[in-house]
Write a protein that binds this ligand. Structure first.
Ligand code: DC
Length: 223
C-alpha cells in the first residue's frame, strides 16, 4: 500500500480479532497493535501489586509508575512494562478479568489512548480492540466489527488455554465470556460498540476461509 492506511477492528473477547489482524498485517505490510494487550498489561501489573482492579482509587496512582511499550519480533507483538517482558504473563487466565475491570476506569482509558493513537500516526496500522472505530481511530479508513457466537468463542478459548497447558473448563470459560461481554459493553466510558460506519463480519468459519473473506472485504473497501 502506498499511502497510510488505518484499519480498526472491534469486537468481543475471543472473536478471533488478533489472529486475523496478525494475518492482515503480514499480507498488507501493516503494524498490528493488539490493544487488549495494553489493558492486560495494566491489569497484570495491578494484580502483581495486590491491588483491587475495580478500584479507581487503587489503580489510578499506579499509572504514574508504569511505562508500557510494545515491540515486534517475527510478526509477534511483545508487551513490556517498565522494561520487563510481560508478553506471556498477560495471557494468564486471571488477567482477562483484571484487564476487563481496569478497562472500565476512566484514567486507565485516557492513559492508554495516547499510546494507541501515536502508533497509528506514523505508519499503516491495524488496531484491534473494543473502541478503536468509535474512539481511538474514529477516522480509520476501514472499520470492521467482528463477532462470533459466545458458545463458539468459549470453545475456541478453552482449546487455546488447554493447548498452553492451563486448566480450562468450557462451561466456566463460557460464563466468564458472558460476564466480560457484559462488563465491556455496559461500562460508561468507551464501551464495546459497533461504529455506525463499521462493516459487520462474522468470523464463524475456519481461519483460512475467514481470512480470505476479510481480505475481500478490505480490498473492496479500498477500491
Ligand atoms: O482483547 P482482550 O481480551 O485481550 O482484552 C482484554 C480486556 O481489555 C477486555 O476485556 C476489554 C479491554 N479492552 C478495552 O476495553 N478496550 C480495548 N480497545 C481493548 C481491550
Amino acid at each position: 500500500m502506498d499511502r497510510i492506511i488505518n484499519i480498526a477492528v472491534d469486537g468481543p473477547s475471543g472473536a478471533g480479532k488478533s489472529t486475523l489482524c496478525k494475518l492482515l498485517a503480514k499480507k498488507y505490510g501493516l503494524i498490528h497493535l493488539d490493544t487488549g494487550a495494553l489493558y492486560r498489561a495494566v491489569g497484570s501489573y495491578a494484580l502483581s501489586k495486590g491491588k483491587d482492579t475495580k478500584s479507581v482509587a487503587e489503580i489510578e496512582p499506579l499509572l504514574s509508575e508504569i511505562k508500557i511499550e510494545v515491540d515486534y519480533k517475527d510478526g509477534k507483538q511483545l508487551t513490556f512494562v517498565n522494561g520487563e517482558d510481560y508478553t506471556e504473563r498477560i495471557r494468564y487466565p486471571e488477567v482477562s478479568m483484571a484487564a476487563s475491570n481496569v478497562s472500565a476506569l476512566v484514567p486507565v482509558r485516557s492513559f492508554l489512548l495516547d499510546i494507541q493513537r501515536q502508533i497509528g500516526k506514523k505508519q499503516s496500522v491495524v488496531l484491534d480492540g473494543r473502541d478503536i472505530g468509535t474512539v481511538v481511530l474514529p477516522d480509520a479508513d476501514i472499520k470492521i466489527f467482528m463477532t462470533v457466537d459466545a458458545r463458539e468463542r468459549a470453545k475456541r478459548r478453552t482449546a487455546e488455554l488447554l493447548e498452553k497447558g492451563f486448566e480450562a473448563k468450557e462451561e466456566e470459560i463460557y460464563k466468564e465470556i458472558l460476564l466480560r461481554d457484559k462488563n465491556d459493553s455496559t461500562r460508561a466510558t468507551a464501551p464495546l460498540k459497533r461504529a455506525d460506519d463499521a462493516i459487520d463480519f462474522i468470523n464463524e468459519n475456519g481461519i483460512e476461509q475467514s481470512f480470505e473473506r476479510l481480505c475481500a472485504v478490505i480490498e473492496e473497501k479500498l477500491k
